[in-house]
Design a protein around this ligand. Structure first.
Ligand code: PXL
Length: 283
């Protein structure tokens, strides 16, 4: 019998719209991993394209929840963070890392804050500098190319990219601290889109591409990050884990495109879960 691994996912809950915890919890659990959740805020919907959403901040609950878990001696095989709404939350999550880091657990930070060349409207201009400090504490980070540029204080390049450009970005990101980087939104031509995975210890860069499906699909970063972590915790190596995450995310986007739903409503990842489980050799 394989030991049941445990992740703690630290994100908001956007009730409708499929991102953050409503994506992380089902995907990681389906991959055979216990998923503890630390909700940082409760929203009626995510903030991407909806107006009038509710936002209940849970910053005050983060430290007491962590303290209670510490008193119970709960340990995690991975700590997975995504959307964090303020500098205070970044500081609280940094303390959480200090309290729950062990010799061999994995800290995965998705520096959710921007896409398509723009910082999300709810964040102040200084936010990327705070997120950079959190990324310094991570073992692995999963930025898109907009977030990568903001973390590095560089201007955004809309692509297509070259291998030299991507290698430079990956090396500069690893100089912040994390030894592994998975960069999303990489493309060398307009027909394909995918990710680059970099291991700073071996220096290896690997790429996975799928045929590009036009349109901006919301929540795909969270689907990707959750699938990547699921693969890594199922003992898949970084290169293959990134490839599995690209294929799963693209499959979910394809099903959404076929269904023709409102792109703000999130992707149909539920219907692609069987494919993910087959790739992870769980079924
Ligand atoms: O998918 C990232 C995300 C998570 N949570 C909230 C968001 C977004 C992106 O817009 O608004 C609340």
């Amino acid at each position: 019998m394989k030991r049941l691994k445990r992740v703690v996912a630290i994100h908001d809950i956007s009730g409708f719209g499929k991102c953050s915890l409503t994506v992380a919890l089902p995907i990681i659990s389906a991959a055979g991993i216990e998923t503890t959740v630390l909700p940082t805020a409760v929203l009626s919907t995510h903030t991407g394209g909806f107006t009038g959403f509710t936002y209940r901040d849970l910053t005050e609950d983060i430290a007491p929840i962590a303290q209670h878990w510490k008193s119970l001696d709960i340990q995690f095989d991975a700590i997975y963070t995504g959307f964090l709404g303020s500098f205070e939350q970044l500081d609280l999550v940094t303390s959480f890392f200090e309290n729950f880091k062990t010799q061999d657990n994995l800290i995965l930070v998705d520096p959710v804050m921007a896409d398509n060349g723009e910082l999300y409207k709810i964040f102040p201009q200084e936010f990327p500098a705070g997120m950079r400090k959190l990324c310094a504490k991570a073992d692995i980070i999963v930025p898109n190319l907009t977030e990568a540029a903001l973390l590095l204080g560089e201007s955004y390049h809309p692509g297509p990219y070259t291998k030299e450009y991507i290698a430079g970005i990956l090396q500069k990101l690893s100089a912040i601290g994390p030894k592994k980087i998975v960069l999303t939104g990489v493309f060398f031509n307009e027909d394909e889109l995918g990710a680059a995975a970099y291991d700073a210890v071996t220096g290896e860069i690997s790429y996975t591409f799928e045929k590009r499906i036009p349109g901006y699909y919301h929540g795909t970063g969270d689907v990707f990050g959750s699938a990547l972590l699921s693969a890594l915790l199922n003992d898949v190596d970084l290169k293959e884990a990134a490839a599995i995450a690209v294929r799963f995310t693209t499959s979910a986007i394809r099903k959404t495109a076929e269904a023709g739903t409102d792109l703000r409503f999130g992707v149909h990842f539920e219907q692609s879960l069987p494919e993910l489980l087959r790739e992870l050799k769980l079924v």
